[in-house]
Design a protein around this ligand. Structure first.
Ligand code: TGC
Ligand code: FAD
Length: 387
């Protein structure tokens, strides 16, 4: 396959700073050199490539947009570009960085005590400690407010009981940010690997995000010290983390879409049918032009979203629209790319089916497509139609 050179019909590079372009190039090269050669094997084996975590840490890809505590403190646009390039490799790579940076480091950075920040953040930035984020439960996915995991105040400890499900990095994690009700109010707790009564069995049998670890978190009279509670109450705690992670997905999905577009373009130029490259048929060009059109619109959304975030003007509904749209178009682009590859499209010699299967999860996690529709519906009408 030809070397990926980016997708930029609208000269969006002219709107990026030199630093942002430099960060993107470093991650782009790293994904080409270190991720793409091993990712299909990792998927086949159903393992996350742990050997890349330290490199991600050394490159500053964990907690990209956080300041201090060993984090790079780059712009949100730079963070978005990192997500884009990582997901061009595989959604599992971006998932790892999203969970570590946006869902685990961010709540510690925002709601943690100074001691918690000092203890966890510098090592998490280097990838020496891995985090996971436990919000979803077996019976409470789209409606996390109904969670039944409980924490009880017991002298100098909290005691947790309950279970979380579908938790990225769970089995790998050294610490879990766990959302549980204390006296009926949602609170965040840090649970460490090895805490009594805590286990994190891996979930098996996924056809999607195979190069990512997904786990249950089980708490059976799990006792943790009092100083492991975060300083935030209510659903705004986990939702503020989700704002950051959903933002990263809006960019990341474009990376997966770009990988599929790149592969489909290359393939159509080399595949001969009826005596000429299939790229010379109008119907194939129509599909490629549609992909470029949707990617370009998605880039404009993501870039403006990033600038709004960098200037402190972002509202969650803007994130919902971009997450929903960019994942939706990426998934459709993956499907059309698979079609352009014909039968070859189902082989893992090409990245398209892997991206397509991954994007089915991305469409569901961090708020399903329809939950984001309803968030927008509420913004438009003032009426919440969730229940
Ligand atoms: P609602 O009444 O809307 O709000 C409750 C409180 O939360 C505040 N809030 C937010 N704060 C910050 N950012 C946001 N985006 C916020 N949205 C709401 C809100 O102001 C209120 O605060 P307060 O102080 O008044 O109490 O709550 P609701 O229960 O009615 O929400 C409905 C709904 C459907 C929007 C919400 O439940 C939702 O978003 N559901 C989707 C659940 C979800 O996204 N789960 C994700 C789990 S983590 C994950 O998937 C990680 S995948 C990782 C990977 O591998 O990449
Ligand atoms: P449900 O909520 O049961 O939804 C099923 C269907 O019903 C969907 O189509 C949904 O849109 C629809 N629906 C639900 N409510 C409504 C409504 N009110 N109106 C209209 N339609 C509705 N969670 C974490 O906490 N941490 C993680 O790290 C994490 N990682 C994940 C990794 C993977 C690979 C996957 C697949 C999921 C992960 N999740 C994680 C869980 C994810 O956030 C949930 O799967 C998601 O929030 C949806 O919940 P659910 O699967 O229970 O679906």
């Amino acid at each position: 396959m030809s070397k990926f050179q980016g997708v930029d019909l609208y000269n969006l590079d002219s709107l990026l700073t030199d630093d942002e372009k430099a960060v993107r190039q470093v991650v782009r090269d790293w994904v080409d050199d270190r991720v793409l050669p091993i990712i299909e094997t990792a998927c086949r084996q159903g393992v996350f490539p742990m050997e890349l975590v330290a490199e991600m840490g050394q490159m500053g890809l964990l907690g990209v947009n956080l300041e201090g505590y060993g984090c790079p403190g780059l712009s949100n646009v730079a963070y978005g570009l990192v997500c884009q390039e990582l997901e061009r490799g595989d959604s599992g790579m971006r998932s790892f960085a999203s969970v570590q940076g946006s869902l685990c480091m961010f709540p510690l950075w925002k709601y943690g005590s100074e001691a918690q920040k000092q203890k966890y953040l510098p090592k998490m930035a280097l990838g020496e400690l891995i985090g996971c984020f436990g919000l979803t439960e077996p019976d409470f996915g789209s409606n996390p407010g109904g969670m039944i995991t409980r924490a009880v105040d017991d002298g100098d400890s909290y005691v947790l009981n309950g279970a979380k499900m579908w938790i990225t990095n769970g089995t790998l994690a050294d610490l879990a940010i766990v959302w549980a009700k204390l006296d009926g109010v949602i609170n965040g707790f840090v649970v460490e690997k090895g805490d009594p009564g805590f286990s994190a069995p891996e979930m098996k049998g996924k056809h999607s995000l195979k190069a990512s670890v997904t786990s249950e978190l089980v708490f059976q009279d799990c006792r943790i010290p009092k100083d492991r509670r975060l300083n935030v109450t209510g659903l705004k705690g986990p939702f503020s983390c989700l704002n950051n992670a959903r933002y990263g997905i809006a960019w990341g999905a474009l990376g997966a879409a770009m990988a599929c577009f790149h592969s489909a373009t290359d393939y159509s130029l080399s595949r001969i049918q009826f005596g000429k490259p299939i790229a010379s048929f109008q119907l194939v060009q129509n599909k490629l032009a549609w992909m470029l059109r949707e990617i370009t619109k998605g880039q404009l959304l993501a870039l403006q979203l990033g600038r709004l975030k960098d200037s402190g003007q972002l509202i969650p509904e803007q994130v919902s629209l971009a997450k929903m749209n960019n994942v939706d178009i990426a998934l459709e682009i993956a499907r059309v790319a698979r079609d352009i590859h014909g039968a070859n499209g189902i082989l893992d010699e090409y990245p398209v089916m892997r991206h397509m299967a991954n994007l089915e999860s991305v469409k569901t996690y961090e708020g399903t497509h329809d939950i984001h529709n309803l968030i927008l519906g509420r913004w438009i009408t003032g009426i919440a139609a969730f229940e």
